[in-house]
Design a protein around this ligand. Structure first.
Ligand code: FES
Length: 77
């Protein structure tokens, strides 16, 4: 049986149901947009905070579909 690897894409702030496309459009009109600006405008990043690293990437690259970022596992016990 062949093991299939699937890439999970992240495309929105789940807590506030805001697609990254909307954030990219917001930022396109405001070149100085920061994560704080996005939080003030949409609330994104202000709840669980899981979307922050993705929003930073949206703001720097314009990408709106980003592969799931899995934190490295700690090797300490
Ligand atoms: S996913 Fe954006 S604040 Fe939780």
């Amino acid at each position: 049986m062949q093991h299939m690897k699937r890439t999970v894409m992240v495309e929105k702030c789940v807590c506030h149901d805001v697609p990254f496309q909307r954030i990219a459009a917001f930022a396109a009109d405001r070149p100085e947009t920061t994560l704080d600006c996005v939080r003030e405008a949409f609330g994104c990043g202000g709840s669980c905070g899981m979307c922050r690293q993705y929003i930073r990437r949206v703001l720097t690259t314009g990408e709106t579909s980003i592969p799931l970022i899995v934190p490295a596992q700690s090797t300490s016990q």
